[in-house]
Every structure is written in structure tokens, then in C-alpha cells.
Write a new protein. Structure first.
Length: 258
């Protein structure tokens, strides 16, 4: 419930380890509310005495412990990261390293070991961002920032990576490079969950798509069964044309005037 309004209705969702999944829906579908639940920023109402939410099989979590298991990258994190650290001049290396502390930067009270530094360097390498280690965050492009934020999420070697609208603000080339990095992570075994309203963000490794509309699951199944005109027309309320190339799906609004 939010402000007296029910934002998610009878939503039952289980994602198994290794099951790369996209949660797709229009604005107002409930995606942001679902993200807040997964990050424990909001709490669902329990029903019949049973926990309404389990993460990795558990209903009770210390937030810092959860952050080591679930790596999260959101647009809000990107927009606000480093605002309190000399105007965003935190270096890429320290962005990655801060994932071990749940902070937005590395500060004097943090006890940083050589092992931690090795893990930060490795996380940057995994997303092809080693060259950004000394570059200040506020001098990076949107795509570069997104890469180092994923490195920050990966430094704890999480069981799952949760990406919210991951390519917002990226140009065409940066979006392609970024999504190819996500594909590499998925192929390497990091369970990848993408929450989006852009079909083009659903990488070929995604095998399951959950369609969310008005706080309810409209469909949950294999990607090829989800991304068909009949389902997406109902989801977005407009006739669409779907094409596929390089393993990616592309959708556009159908031309109704001929």
C-alpha cells in the first residue's frame, strides 16, 4: 500500500538462481514499487501469517548483508552518487571500492585492505572499465558512470545483479557497449534481472520475461512467448511491430495511417 492505494496486487514471483529475467511494463505498472520491495526500502503486507517477501529464501535480513548478495544499479543511484564527495569528483576506483562499505565514496574511517583494492580492480576489469579507475565520476560519460556503478555492485560477488532501466541516458553506441557488458556477466553466471519499459534492453541471455501492468503480472514465461505483438499491444495499449536482430528484440508503434 502507498498513500492508501494498492500498487501491487496478488503478485507472486519466484526467480531461481541462474534464471536471467526481465520485468517489463509501461510507466505506472508498479516496477518502481517492486524495486523498492527488493531493496527493502518498502515492506509488503504479510498475509495469513506467512512472510510476504523472501529474498534468497529468507524473510529477515540485515540490509548490509543483503547488499553483498544482491547487487543493485538504479537511475537514482547514478544521478545522486558522489554529490556529497567534492561535487562528484570521486574516482572510478573508489566508486567500485565503496560497494564494500555501502557508501558513496571511500572515506578516512574506512579500513581498506590490499585484498579490497584487488577486488575493486577486478570488478572494474569485469566491466571493461579498468581505464576509468583514476577518472573522476563527474568527468565520465553516462555510459562510463554506469559501468563503474556495475563494478561497485559486483565487488561483493553478489548472487544476483538487479538493473533498473539500465541504459537511460545512454546514446546508441554507449547503450550497445553497456548491454554487451551485461551479456558477458550473464554468461559468466551472475543471475541478471533487468527491470525496464524498453524491450531493447532485454539481452539475448534473458530467458524469461514477466509482463507487469497495473500492479499485476499480465504474463510470465519464456522470452519468445512474451515478446509477441498481441501481448505487447495489450501491455502498452498500442499496436506494435516487433523485429529481431542479433538476438535482440526491437519494437516500434505500428503505422496506422497509410
Amino acid at each position: 500500500m502507498r498513500g492508501g492505494n494498492r500498487v501491487l496486487h496478488d503478485l507472486t514471483l519466484r526467480i531461481d538462481r541462474g534464471q536471467h529475467t526481465a520485468i517489463l511494463g509501461p510507466n505506472g505498472a508498479g516496477k518502481s514499487s517492486l524495486m523498492r520491495l527488493l531493496m527493502l526500502e518498502d515492506r509488503p503486507l504479510a498475509a495469513d501469517g506467512e512472510p510476504a517477501l523472501r529474498l534468497f529464501g529468507r524473510s529477515s535480513w540485515d540490509l548490509m548483508e543483503l547488499r553483498t548478495r544482491l547487487g543493485v544499479v538504479t537511475g537514482d543511484l547514478d544521478a545522486g552518487f558522489g554529490l556529497g564527495t567534492s561535487g562528484g569528483r570521486v574516482r572510478g576506483f573508489d566508486v567500485a571500492l565503496s560497494g564494500l562499505f555501502g557508501s558513496q565514496g571511500v572515506f578516512t574511517h574506512h579500513d581498506v585492505t590490499a585484498s579490497m583494492r584487488d577486488r575493486a580492480a577486478d570488478a572494474l576489469r569485469r566491466v571493461h572499465a579498468a581505464h576509468l579507475a583514476v577518472k573522476p565520476l563527474n568527468e565520465m560519460s553516462a555510459g562510463e558512470r554506469r559501468r563503474v556503478l556495475i563494478a561497485r555492485a559486483l565487488i561483493t560477488q553478489p548472487d544476483a545483479l538487479l538493473l533498473d532501466e539500465p541504459t537511460t541516458g545512454l546514446d546508441l553506441a554507449a547503450r550497445h557497449r553497456f548491454m554487451e557488458s551485461v551479456r558477458e556477466l550473464a554468461r559468466a553466471g551472475t543471475t541478471t534481472i533487468i527491470v525496464t519499459h524498453h524491450v531493447e534492453e532485454i539481452v539475448p541471455e534473458i530467458e524469461r520475461v514477466v509482463l507487469l501492468r497495473d500492479g499485476r503480472i499480465a504474463f510470465d514465461g519464456p522470452t519468445g512467448d512474451a515478446l509477441i505483438p498481441a501481448r505487447l499491444e495489450q501491455l502498452f495499449g498500442s499496436p506494435v511491430v516487433i523485429t529481431r536482430s542479433g538476438g535482440y528484440f526491437h519494437v516500434r508503434v505500428a503505422d496506422l495511417v497509410r
